[in-house]
Design a protein around this ligand. Structure first.
Ligand code: HEC
Ligand code: HEC
Length: 425
């Protein structure tokens, strides 16, 4: 998607919101019934909500006269993430695509004795034997502008595409990978490796997720986890290694299975080996990895980084956060559960009025918050979107899987964004 398309979407979003009364008629009858002990949830949520008031008080003061000001709040937030290393930029991070790599497509596991599926991280051939944190030649590192919050874990990401095959860029900017592709993500917390995840497009065209759990004693060793989830005590929290099914609850078919690999997510600098700082889209294009060249990065869409005030307005950063952290489920066809389902759609490109958030009553419970809406412009405390992000109560917390620790940065950005919206008359 072109930058202009996104710019247009944002303009439309503002225009839509200026017509506030349109949103006010959007009420939907409510009935809770989320299966939570409402007494407990109530108490816990009320505590959360009052703490938030302080967090967003500053942003409140920056509110301007339109319903969704473009920049209010951003200057008060400051840069909450490291802006990267000062290495001078070069045109490409990697000179050429290696003709071949030892990171091969993975077969489907049989679960039988002699299963050809690699049982250890070493056997996958994707990482260097002497240091299994480091990829082999041909495995390309990347990062995303708006990452998924993973309870504070440090993550590194890589892609491996079968020799000479290419990526197709879909009209919405999402990457479609050829069969045999292997996407990799490593998780490290406080200097300890936890897991190395493999998201694999098998020969039959279907995707599946696997994870290798690192040795508890810090040895250079990781072994394949079976179908089911497992946990490990990591001090302040319990780390959950997701089951294979859980991978697909987030890596939804509706979102095209692979999630972070999109033009607007990768359009940013990465410091490649050799301290070479370069734009990722330009680098992948230079390596000939795309079926059709998308054109120079400067002409392409780019998401803001939620924690970096210099990369976008508070609205752009909040929308990028929701896109990355929530839209794989909250988009048409994304929810895999029963009952009266919300039709929230928080994909970045959508005008705000079409996200079904503004002044809509929650369908899945108010949890004792008076006057709560999914998003109530000007009132972060009465916005269920934020209430759900701020709680750790199981079955209320969002996202419901993959995280048990509140993301302070996400809460600040989303809270400031909501607080900066002028409440509609
Ligand atoms: C809570 C939702 C969630 C769960 C559960 C989850 N993932 Fe992901 N995963 C994401 C999101 C969102 C991204 C993209 C953002 C990022 O990389 O920070 C991602 C990215 C990845 C990537 C990088 C490629 C890509 O698709 O962007 C890999 C590899 C990956 N996940 C593997 C797995 C595997 C394997 C499992 C199961 C063992 C799993 N994930 C479970 C949400 C999830
Ligand atoms: C793994 C899929 C998944 C992810 C990721 C996810 N959600 Fe949800 N969400 C659900 C499901 C399923 C429901 C309905 C069940 C429930 O109410 O808990 C829901 C319900 C909600 C509701 C209540 C809607 C209503 O009408 O009452 C809100 C608000 C919400 N999610 C916000 C978020 C936010 C914000 C994020 C990202 C920070 C997020 N969700 C990420 C699956 C997900």
């Amino acid at each position: 998607m072109k930058a202009t398309t996104h710019a247009l979407a944002l303009l439309v979003a503002v225009a839509n919101l200026l017509a506030c009364s349109d949103n006010d008629v959007n009420f939907i009858p409510v009935d809770g019934g989320i299966g939570v002990d409402s007494a407990t949830a109530d108490v816990s949520l009320k505590t959360d909500v009052s703490a938030l008031d302080t967090a967003v008080a500053v942003a409140d003061a920056a509110t301007t006269d339109i319903c969704v000001p473009g920049t209010a709040g951003s200057s008060t937030l400051g840069d909450l993430q490291d802006a990267g290393t000062p290495a001078p930029p070069v045109p490409f991070g990697i000179d050429e695509r290696p003709a071949t790599t030892s990171c091969r497509p993975l077969p489907r596991p049989t679960g039988l004795p002699g299963d050809p599926f690699p049982q250890t991280l070493l056997a996958t051939g994707c990482f260097t034997p002497t240091d299994l944190r480091e990829p082999v030649a041909g495995v390309i590192p990347y990062s995303v502008n708006a990452p998924l919050w993973s309870d504070g874990a440090m993550k590194r990401r890589f892609i491996s595409i079968p020799d000479s095959q290419k990526i197709r860029i879909l009209p919405d900017g999402d990457f479609e990978f050829p069969r045999g592709s292997v996407l990799l993500k490593t998780f490290e917390l406080d200097g300890h490796m936890l897991e190395t995840r493999f998201f694999v497009r098998h020969d039959d065209g279907e995707w599946a997720g696997y994870t290798y759990v690192w040795n508890k004693d810090g040895k250079n060793e990781a072994t394949l986890l079976g179908e089911d989830a497992a946990t490990r005590n990591v001090g302040f929290t319990t780390w959950l290694f997701p089951s294979r099914n859980a991978c697909l609850s987030c890596h939804t078919a509706a979102a095209g299975r692979s999630l972070g690999l999109e033009v607007a997510q990768l359009n940013g600098d990465y410091v490649y080996p050799g301290n070479r700082r370069a734009n990722q889209m330009d680098t992948l294009d230079h390596l000939g990895l795309f079926e059709l060249t998308p054109g120079p990065a400067a002409t392409l869409a780019r998401y803001a980084s939620p924690g970096l005030a210099s990369t976008g307005t508070i609205e752009e950063r909040a929308r990028a956060y929701l896109h990355s952290n929530c839209s794989h489920c909250h988009r048409p066809g994304g929810l895999q559960t029963e009952g009266n389902l919300p039709d929230i759609d928080v994909r970045f490109g959508l005008p705000l009025a079409q996200t079904n958030l503004i002044n809509r009553m929650p369908l899945r419970g108010a949890f004792g918050v008076p006057g709560v809406m999914l998003v109530k412009p000007g009132s972060a405390a009465q916005s269920m979107l934020l209430v759900r992000m701020k709680t750790t109560v199981a079955n209320v917390r969002m996202p419901g899987i993959g995280s048990t620790v509140v993301d302070d940065l996400g809460v600040t950005v989303i809270g400031s964004w909501i607080a900066s919206m002028k409440s509609c008359p």
